[in-house]
Design a protein around this ligand. Structure first.
Ligand code: E4P
Length: 217
């Protein structure tokens, strides 16, 4: 499974990238807004830190403007993937951009039909939003496993990015459901390493080692 970081925070990206576990980054207008930095500057900096795909989202929602903006974003670095919202204009833009070999990530996917259309339009990545679906009392993980089955049935190349991950369980279940990628906020990434029994185990090993060393003197 590939891990992307779902943030535009350069410090957090460097922190986790140094572990060798980061395969890419996803951003969106809300994440960019949090950083209070120039959009182009921050995306270019992220693209220079992480080797893999870096999603930068369009901020226009009409076909012509979206395609124009996508072409511009794609020039910012070789590893830019343009994030396009799942709308009729978005699908048309994905179709146009795929013919120009500009990589796209179709975002805001909340149903199997939306994912299937995005794959058919030529999206390289499709992003079902697990957490936001769960917030509505529905089953976000079920959408990931259904999309996995549908893409397999028709041999589509689009990769599934499990997005809107809010808990460790979301990540684990997305992996079990066959997501190709999980895009993980830094706050959740930091929690993936730890377990109370690991902490307790280290505490006991340290204590026993101190006793051993005292006895050995
Ligand atoms: C995906 O690419 C989005 O950036 C992200 O996962 C949205 O997550 P949220 O629902 O926590 O805002």
């Amino acid at each position: 499974m590939k891990f992307f970081l779902d943030t535009a925070n350069v410090e957090q990206i460097k922190r986790f990238n140094d572990l060798g576990l980061v395969d890419g980054v996803t951003t969106n207008p809300s994440l960019i807004n949090k950083e209070k930095r120039d959009f182009k500057e921050v995306v270019k900096e992220i693209a220079s830190i992480v080797d893999g795909p870096i999603s930068a989202e369009v901020t226009h929602y009409e076909y012509e403007e979206m395609v124009k903006e996508a072409r511009e974003l794609s020039k910012w670095a070789d590893n830019i993937v343009v994030k396009i919202p799942m709308t009729e204009d978005g699908l048309r833009a994905i179709n146009t951009l795929s013919k120009e070999r500009i990589k796209t990530n179709c975002t805001l996917i909340f149903s199997v039909a939306q994912g299937l259309l995005a794959a058919k339009a030529g999206a390289n990545y499709i992003s079902p939003f697990i957490g936001r679906i769960d917030d509505m009392g529905e089953d976000g993980i079920r959408l990931v496993s259904d999309l996995h089955e549908v893409l397999f049935n028709y041999d589509y190349d689009s990769e599934i990015i499990a997005a809107s991950i809010r808990t460790n369980k979301h990540l684990e279940n997305a992996a079990l459901a066959g997501a190709d990628i999980a895009t993980i906020p830094p706050s959740i990434f930091a929690k993936l390493f730890s377990h109370p029994l690991t902490d307790k185990g280290i505490y006991l090993f340290q204590k026993d080692w101190e006793e051993f060393e005292k006895r050995d003197k």
